[in-house]
Write a protein that binds this ligand. Structure first.
Ligand SMILES: *Cc1c(COP(=O)(O)O)cnc(C)c1O
Length: 385
């Protein structure tokens, strides 16, 4: 047997190099439900890095809905949606979501990542072009690459650059693919202007609203927030963030949804997620629709945090969403600050290259944070500056 296994040695060397550059990624094990308070190694932490913006991930009504669905449907779905895995909670969720966001039809995917891969590859291929903001989520970039369409990336929110590319394109089909709320910066895409460009150049507009759904537009998301509607708009909500469950829903014209059902590999060649997850998501939609106080609390927290850090050395990004990044000079500084906060019982993730160009602490807020907890984060940051 060969003892000097060079393929493995290459990986070990690569990991050591990541360590040297402060870029090695590691996980912490959480022993509690998700929410503003979590437990790690028997110690409590105030959590400022989840995406459970509305505080629904451990909501008793979501849990009860999941448990009741497990009692009725069991755990496994048994097959893909197109074979025999499509159960009544899945269908009820698609119908309810389509109605909630005001579109004719919707399709459920098991994750947002899979939805992006499926939608983009089903709509464009060789000879087509996809136009993408440079700060789009990694899953959307992977989707564009996988599609084999020309992948045209333009500068962040640079509408003039996008228009030049659209005007110059000879592609047969065009798709503009955009994060409606940028996941690491918290700013919004100019979706109304993007739709106008899609109309002018006869393109699809695909909005990945992973961070806007549940939060903006009275919970209906970024398109509702901007007041836009169009048959060429394809809308994605992911369900693992504000909805507190898991999966993703795409809403669009009926023909688009039927096309995806026939062509999107990540909807076809995968086992349906458990019906219990869909049942929990239905309960989440009730809370999103009927509990505006959660969004009001979030807006207050954003104001409180920004006011608290105003005039300090911390550079905040121009964000009005619950994503409030603090921009830092380098990965080492981000890690050190994150570690110092953790030692003081506050968990804020450091986000480093290659995920972002500028290292940062990505502070996220939850409707379930108390005012005093925002104050504690502010006070600790000020003490560490
Ligand atoms: C989280 C995220 C996704 C992926 O969704 P998952 O359901 O977690 O796979 C896609 N797009 C954006 C912008 C995201 O932030």
């Amino acid at each position: 047997m060969q003892t000097d296994f060079s393929l493995l040695a290459e990986l070990e060397h690569g990991l050591a190099e990541l360590d040297d550059r402060q870029l090695r990624r590691r996980r912490r094990v959480v022993d509690s439900p998700q929410g503003p308070h979590v437990e790690v190694d028997g110690r409590p932490y105030l959590n400022f890095c989840g995406n459970d913006y509305l505080g629904l991930a451990a909501d008793p009504r979501l849990k009860a809905a999941a448990v009741a669905a497990i009692d009725r449907y069991g755990v496994g779905s048994g097959a893909s949606h197109l074979v025999c895995g499509h159960q009544s909670p899945h269908q009820a969720l698609e119908d309810r979501f389509a109605a909630f966001v005001g579109r004719p039809a919707a399709l459920l995917f098991s994750t947002g990542y899979m939805a992006n891969l499926g939608v983009v590859t089903a709509l464009v291929g060789r000879g087509d072009a996809v136009f993408a903001d440079k700060l789009n989520h990694a899953s959307l970039n992977d989707a564009c690459q996988l599609s084999r369409a020309d992948f045209e990336r333009f500068g962040h929110n640079d509408l003039a650059a996008l228009e030049r590319r659209l005007a110059a394109s000879t592609a047969r089909r065009k798709l503009i693919a955009i994060d409606a709320v940028y996941s690491m910066d918290g700013d919004l895409a100019p979706v109304a202007e993007l739709l106008a460009l899609a109309e002018r150049y006869d393109a699809w507009l695909y909005l990945d609203d992973a961070h806007g759904f549940g939060v903006l537009g009275e919970g209906r998301g970024s398109a509702a927030h901007a007041g836009i509607a169009s048959p060429r708009l394809i809308y994605l909500a992911t369900l693992g963030k504000a909805a507190g469950s898991a999966g993703a829903l795409v809403a669009a014209e009926a023909a688009v949804i039927d096309w995806l059902l026939n062509k999107a590999g990540t909807a076809i060649y995968t086992t349906a997620a458990p019906a219990a997850i869909a049942a929990a998501t239905l309960a989440a939609l009730d809370a999103i629709e009927h509990e505006p106080w959660r969004r009001e609390r979030l807006a207050q927290h954003v104001e409180r945090l920004r006011a608290g850090l105003a005039g300090s050395r911390y550079r905040l990004a121009p964000s009005q969403t619950p994503i409030q990044p603090i921009l830092l000079d380098d990965a080492g500084q981000a890690l050190a600050l994150s570690q110092a906060l953790f030692e003081r019982g506050l968990w804020v993730a450091a986000i480093r290259p290659p995920t972002v160009a500028t290292a940062r602490l990505r502070v996220t807020l939850s409707a379930l944070h108390a005012d005093a907890e925002i104050d504690r984060l502010v006070a600790t940051l000020l003490e560490l500056q």
